[in-house]
Design a protein around this ligand. Structure first.
Ligand code: ZN
Length: 129
């Protein structure tokens, strides 16, 4: 990566701002490429967990529809953790969903990985930014 992709930079900043809590947001794509990240509010009161109000999910979905983008999945952060989906992440995933995880170490977004939930498992995919 030569210069940080603007969408990735936006996600990293959000992840750092929410540290030590998990940041969460939606990923919008066009023609299979992620072109926008939309911040959501993490309403979970538990550490290492994220939850988005279903009303906000609908609002974000509507925003995607109105802008002609496809909401392909979510990004979230793992404060002081690896960018690997947890058991809890898999429990609330659905088929075909893209999951980007940002590892935030001591407040600094360090690394990210993209995953796709297929056949009941997460498979790592190349970044589609
Ligand atoms: Zn997670």
């Amino acid at each position: 990566m030569t210069s940080p992709h603007p969408v990735l930079a936006k996600i990293f900043r959000h992840a750092e701002r929410c540290y030590p809590n998990e940041a969460v947001g939606a990923l919008f794509a066009k023609n299979g490429t992620i072109i926008e990240a939309v911040e959501a509010v993490n309403i979970s009161d538990k550490a290492n967990r994220f939850e988005v109000n279903p009303i906000e999910v609908l609002r974000i979905q509507k925003q995607a529809d109105q802008t002609g983008f496809e909401m392909v999945g979510w990004y979230h952060s793992h404060p002081d953790g690896e960018p690997i989906p947890s058991k809890l992440d898999a429990d609330c995933a659905f088929e075909g969903q893209i999951c980007m995880i940002v590892s935030v170490k001591q407040g600094i977004a360090a690394e990210f990985r993209c995953w796709k939930f297929e056949g009941g498992n997460y498979k790592q995919i190349s970044a589609i930014l």
